[in-house]
Design a protein around this ligand. Structure first.
Ligand code: ATP
Length: 315
C-alpha cells in the first residue's frame, strides 16, 4: 500500500532521514516510534509531500507519489496532527464536513456522513453537531479531528502524535476508542509516536527509528522478544514485558477452568493490573468475569511464559 524506497531528507549536511526502506502493510496500523529528532515526523510528511524527499521515493498503491497531483494525493490520505487545528468559527459538523464539501457532495449525503462519523468517534451528533470547537474538551476536539480525517473515507490515515496533548485519562480513552474504530475500518494507518506504551497498545507493527534510519520493523512481540540490536532492547526498556501486558486485556489470556473460590476480576482489566491483583491477593489464578458471568481462569504461568521468553531473548 505505502512503500518507502531509499527515502532521504537532508537539511544542509545533516540527514533527518537516511536510506529508509519500509513497506506499511495494508489494513494495519504501523507505529512509527523513536526518540525525539529521529526523523518520524519528517518521514510521515514525506508520505503526503508536505516535505519533499531529497532522494528516494514513496509509492502509494504502486504509484510514485511524485506522479500524483498534491490534491489528488492528499485526498487519499487522512491526516491527523496533535494540534488538530479545527476551524474555531465553524461548528463541529461544519468542521467534519470540510472535505466532503470540497468534493462537492450534496447536503443530505454530507449531513448523514457527519452524523455517522460523530457516532463512530463516540460523540452524540444531537449534542455535538452544533457546538463550536471552543466548547469542547481536548479529548472531544481530538475525536472531531479523527472524524474529519475519516470524512472522505481515505484508505490511508497518517497520524502525528494524535493523542500527545491529552491528559493520561483522556489519552487512554481515545486510544481505546481509536483501537475499536480501527478494528472496524481496517485503514492503513501510520501513527507517529514517541510513546512506547502507545506503540505497543495500538501498533499491529512497529517501525522503530534511530537517527534517521530504521532500527527494527516488526510486531510488538518481535521487538520485545527478538530485539534486533542493543539499541532496540535499550529503547524498549527492562520493563517492556510489563508494558506490553499493560496494553492487553486479561481476557486474552483466559483459559477454561474452575473459577470457584478465586479472586475475581473483570475481563476488561489489563493483564498488568491482573498481575498486580495476583500479587496483592497472594493467588496464582484469578476468575475472569464478563458482565458478571465467569469466562474462565487467568493463571500466573500464562503471564509468566511471556516474561521468561523475553528474558531468554535478552540473555
Ligand atoms: N525544517 C527543518 N530544518 C532543519 N532541520 C530540520 C527541519 N525539520 C526537521 N529537522 C531536523 O531533522 C531531524 C528529524 O526531525 P523530525 O521532526 O522528523 O524528528 P521526530 O522524530 O519527529 O522528532 P520529535 O519526536 O521530537 O517530533 C531533527 O534533527 C530535526 O532537527
Amino acid at each position: 500500500m505505502i512503500e518507502l524506497q531509499h527515502l532521504e531528507r537532508r537539511y544542509g549536511d545533516a540527514y533527518a532521514v537516511r536510506d529508509l526502506n519500509l513497506k506499511f502493510p495494508e489494513g494495519e496500523l504501523t507505529a512509527l516510534l523513536g526518540p525525539s529528532g529521529c526523523g518520524k515526523t519528517t518521514t510521515l510528511r514525506m508520505i503526503n509531500r508536505l516535505t519533499e524527499p531529497s532522494a528516494g521515493r514513496v509509492l502509494l498503491g504502486g504509484r510514485d507519489t511524485r506522479d500524483l497531483r498534491p490534491e489528488e494525493l492528499r485526498r487519499g490520505l487522512g491526516y491527523v496532527i496533535q494540534q488538530i487545528g479545527l476551524f474555531p468559527h465553524l461548528t463541529v459538523a461544519q468542521n467534519v464536513a470540510t472535505v466532503p464539501e470540497l468534493l462537492g457532495w450534496d447536503r443530505r449525503r454530507t449531513a448523514r456522513r457527519v452524523d455517522d462519523l460523530l457516532e463512530l468517534v463516540g460523540l452524540d451528533p444531537a449534542v455535538y453537531r452544533a457546538k463550536k470547537p471552543g466548547e469542547l474538551s481536548g479529548g472531544q476536539a481530538q475525536r472531531v479531528g479523527v472524524a474529519r480525517a475519516l470524512a472522505a473515507d481515505p484508505p490511508v490515515l497518517l497520524m502525528d502524535e494524535p493523542f500527545g496533548a491529552l491528559d493520561p485519562l483522556a489519552r487512554d480513552r481515545l486510544q481505546d476508542a481509536f483501537k475499536d474504530i480501527q478494528q472496524r475500518l481496517r485503514k492503513t494507518v501510520v501513527l507517529v509516536t514517541h510513546d512506547i506504551d502507545e506503540a505497543l497498545r495500538l501498533g499491529d507493527r512497529i517501525a522503530l527509528m534511530h537517527a534517521g534510519t530504521l532500527a527494527q520493523f516488526g510486531t510488538p512481540d518481535d521487538l520485545i522478544h527478538r530485539p534486533a540490536s542493543p539499541f532496540v532492547r535499550h529503547f524498549l526498556g527492562e520493563d517492556a514485558v510489563l508494558r506490553q501486558l499493560a496494553g492487553r486485556a486479561a481476557a486474552e489470556f483466559v483459559r477454561p477452568g474452575d473459577p470457584a473460590g478465586l479472586p475475581r476480576i473483570a475481563d476488561t482489566l489489563d493483564a498488568r493490573s491482573a498481575l498486580g491483583v495476583m500479587l496483592r491477593e497472594g493467588s496464582d489464578a484469578l476468575a475472569v468475569l464478563r458482565e458478571g458471568v465467569p469466562l474462565g481462569v487467568l493463571r500466573w504461568d500464562d503471564l509468566r511464559v511471556r516474561e521468561a521468553q523475553a528474558r531468554k531473548a535478552q540473555a
